[in-house]
Design a protein around this ligand. Structure first.
Ligand SMILES: [Zn+2]
Ligand SMILES: [Zn+2]
Ligand SMILES: [Zn+2]
Length: 343
């Protein structure tokens, strides 16, 4: 089956109701834009370099110019670009927002404790809740995968029609803007959720269970995610600061993961203050991007996964973090007292 058909089937299949309020890649619409471009160019490819050729009197011999990389990267197609890329950018940001807010809500329900949980339990009977949750996780994983593939395919198609690298560059820009779904820390959280879920409930069959796997014991802690037969992803779960598996992990908005203790010290804030207290100029220690602390995400499911799978290591790190916190609090209050007394 062609991807376009599979995608349409996905959108209008048995999950149509669930997907109603979700944004999607308008695959069919975008494909039509590309088709119109191809038709307007006489059935052949739209050559982005043709303008230069016309100026230099090259006339019809555009084949050579189209294969030259310089003109592909800087030129644009007057027929498609405005519609194609602005539409795709809008969709990409809507999809990324939709995905993160849904995952956040779902995982919040899972981990919520105390009063919040009591209230929630009143609305959901436990078993029903459990089944509902795993179904929603599956749907969210599928949502991310299907739209990410649709995006990749349509951009590839754009490049094929135009013999350009604009589609590829767009994808790189999306990654830099943290809109690439398959690179989202929320997908790692969903993966951790699936792995945690399978750990404590055999009865609920999870057809995504084989898609996620993790290796936390080796030097290079990783999670693997099989998107399709041809696309397999690997996420590193090793903290770039302490070089161990991330403990009490936080994802900065650039997508890099660190232990809370490590990243707090890198940003020169105390653990009890939290990452939101980091100065605006603080950079990510890996990619050096600024402004990535304000919207950092606590990876609670990933922490739970580590706690379940590497109990001893988790306990050890927990004790170390607590000791560090006590030490920092003491130093903080000492300095406060000193300044209050004017010493
Ligand atoms: Zn075009
Ligand atoms: Zn660390
Ligand atoms: Zn980074």
């Amino acid at each position: 089956m062609k991807f376009g058909e599979a995608f349409a089937e996905y959108l209008h299949g048995d999950k149509e109701l669930f997907l109603e309020k979700f944004s999607h890649v308008e695959y069919k619409k975008l494909k039509k834009v590309l088709k119109r471009c191809r038709t307007a160019n006489g059935g052949g490819s739209c050559r982005l370099g043709s303008r230069e050729m016309a100026e230099s009197g090259g006339g019809e011999g555009e084949v050579e110019s189209s294969s030259s990389p310089q003109c592909c990267e800087c030129d644009s197609c007057p027929l498609c670009d405005e519609k194609f890329f602005s539409e795709l950018m809008k969709e990409a940001s809507e999809i990324a927002g939709c995905f993160s807010s849904r995952v956040r809500r779902l995982l919040h329900l899972h981990i919520s404790t105390g009063m919040q949980s009591c209230v929630l339990q009143l609305f959901h009977c436990f078993r029903h809740n459990k089944l509902l949750k795993i179904q929603q996780v599956q749907m969210l994983v599928e949502y991310a995968t299907m739209n990410a593939i649709a995006m990749r395919k349509i951009l590839k198609k754009y490049d094929k029609v135009h013999s350009s690298a604009n589609g590829k560059n767009f994808q790189l820009r999306m990654r830099a803007d943290h809109m690439e779904l398959l690179q989202s820390p929320w997908l790692i959280e969903l993966g951790a959720f699936c792995l945690n879920f399978n750990g404590n409930s055999e009865e609920v069959s999870n057809r995504f269970s084989h898609q996620f796997s993790c290796d936390l014991s080796s030097d290079q802690a990783t999670m693997r995610f099989i998107v399709s037969d041809s696309v397999k992803l690997e996420y590193t779960l090793t903290c770039a600061i302490c070089l161990e598996a991330v403990f009490n992990p936080y994802a900065l908005s650039c997508g890099h993961l660190f232990c809370k203790m490590c990243i707090c010290s890198a940003a020169s804030v105390m653990i009890f203050e939290g990452l939101k207290a980091a100065p605006a100029v603080s950079k990510c220690p890996v990619c050096r991007e600024v402004g990535v602390y304000a919207n950092s995400v606590h990876m609670a499911e990933l922490d739970l996964l580590l706690k379940n799978r590497c109990k001893e290591y988790w306990k050890e790190r927990c004790i170390a973090e607590r000791a560090q916190m006590v030490k920092q609090s003491k130093e903080y209050w000492d300095s406060q007292t000193k300044s209050a007394l004017g010493i």
